[in-house]
Design a protein around this ligand. Structure first.
Ligand SMILES: [Zn+2]
Length: 456
């Protein structure tokens, strides 16, 4: 293996793109985020803001999109693959997932919100350099996710990306800007007082009505509404042993309130009884979904309810069983749960369920960024083809989850945020860990084989 092929001097690194300096690439393989087959010998032209042209099978770009006198691509790499930047659809940015020591984890959580925010802020640039260019935060009670979402918006406006305005007023080259992924947050998740979720949520009981609770989240800046209608897996028992905490009627009312404010809903749900209620309640996506039944998957397909299976946190309990203190019997339970989850994922794919990748990063043993890449490997190991995994990490969520911006697909009008690599992720998605180039708003960044994962 020649690691030198992606060094700074490599012809794989495109020049920075700007409004008056579009960049033209030709790649051997293009994965556009939604197609079920790779596109071969594709041309792509983009500026700092958006993709201007995609031409499959050697359809070359029209001259007016290119720079004056340009007759050849800036990068011509028949051995390279281009794919959208990855969307982490379930992460808790306020938590440090890589920390395995229980006492240190508890101590970390005792920090004040400003310290939690500062630690989370440090994670963002590392995420982009790992190829994760968007994060759907899944909730915290201290406003960390909301603050990061605000930070992203202000940084984008400075760089003229989120609201570029007329072309004539855009800067020719982007000013120095913060390198941070798109971040959005539901603020505090919603649960019932005394039930699971207090560390990342706030109680319905704090409000006179369900609608008032949703309204308060929206007023605080929530991009979508996170519900916690069930408990979690009891790892010792290998089952969800508590009754769901919300009724179908409550979920329905919360979903309706969210819709009236133009917000989607996503629901933490494990155990088939709770999953039944969230499907019936009409949420936009089921998070985790351990113990989902095949008939429930079929209804999710029919209702276009997305599924974010989050293998990583349960796999982490197996990987670190000795540190956590699980005996052989419990590890056997965990493996059985993961095997059933894998079978459900394959079934979901066959049925046509909208599968979206999210790692639950921040959970025990699930570091931000690298934990997401691990999640993709676990989905592949479960039996999903590499391209299906990549689509779950890009276009499927981009199409279904109503993000504020257009990322996660390679098509005209979508953002110039993608990954360029000579290590084909179609051979295995594990190749996404290997060196490549992350292009973010037209600016190229090298992603290293040994990223700094401290604090993730
Ligand atoms: Zn979560």
């Amino acid at each position: 293996m020649n690691m030198g092929t992606t060094s700074a001097s490599s012809p794989l690194v495109p020049p920075p793109a700007s409004a008056d300096h579009p960049v033209w690439l030709r790649v051997g393989t293009l994965l556009d985020g939604t197609s079920t087959v790779p596109i071969r010998n594709a041309h792509i032209v983009y500026d700092a803001t958006e993709i201007l042209f995609v031409g499959a099978v050697d359809r070359t770009p029209p001259r007016e999109l290119l720079r004056d006198g340009q007759i050849a691509p800036d990068v011509d790499a028949p051995d390279a693959t281009l794919l959208p930047g990855l969307i982490e659809a379930h992460a808790h940015l306020f938590l440090e997932g890589g920390e395995l020591d229980a006492e240190k984890r508890a101590g970390y959580l005792k920090q004040d919100p400003a310290a939690l925010l500062a630690a989370a802020r440090e994670r963002l640039e590392k995420l982009v350099r790992l190829g994760v260019t968007a994060v759907r935060d899944a909730g915290d009670k201290d406003g960390v996710g909301l603050a990061l979402s605000k930070l992203y918006r202000s940084a984008s406006v400075v760089a003229g990306v989120a609201d570029p305005g007329p072309a004539s007023t855009r800067p020719a080259t982007s000013p120095a800007r913060l390198l941070i992924p798109y971040v959005e947050s539901p603020g505090a998740a919603i649960h019932h007082r005394g039930r699971y979720g207090g560390f990342m949520g706030g109680a319905l009981e704090d409000f006179p009505s369900l609608r008032a609770c949703v309204e308060a989240r929206v007023a605080a800046g929530a991009d979508r509404i996170k519900l916690i209608p069930t408990g979690i897996i009891n790892f010792k028992q290998g089952a969800v042993t508590t009754e769901p905490q919300m009724t179908t009627e409550e979920i329905r009312e919360l979903v309706a309130a969210a819709k009236s404010f133009g917000r989607q809903t996503f629901a933490h749900a494990s155990g088939d009884a709770g999953i039944e209620r969230v499907i019936g309640g009409g949420v936009d996506s089921v998070e985790h979904g351990f113990f989902v039944r095949d008939d429930q998957l079929a209804r999710m397909r029919d209702r276009q309810t997305a599924w974010v299976p989050t293998f990583a946190p349960v796999q982490a309990q197996v990987d670190h069983a000795t540190i956590v203190g699980w005996d052989e019997r419990i590890v056997a339970n965990l493996r059985d749960i993961l095997d059933r989850h894998a079978a459900s994922l394959v079934k979901a794919q066959a049925l046509g369920v909208l599968i979206v990748a999210g790692s639950d990063a921040g959970s025990y043993g699930v570091a931000h960024g690298v934990g997401f890449l691990r999640e993709l490997e676990l989905m592949e190991r479960a039996g999903l083809p590499a391209l299906a995994v990549i689509n779950a990490a890009t276009g499927t969520g981009a199409n279904r989850l109503a993000y504020r911006e257009k990322f996660g697909r390679i098509a005209p009008g979508w953002q110039s945020r993608f990954i360029l690599t000579r290590h084909s992720p179609l051979e295995t998605v594990a190749n996404l860990r290997r060196p490549g180039i992350v292009i973010f708003d037209g600016e190229p960044y090298e992603s290293g084989a040994n990223p700094d994962v401290q604090g993730l």
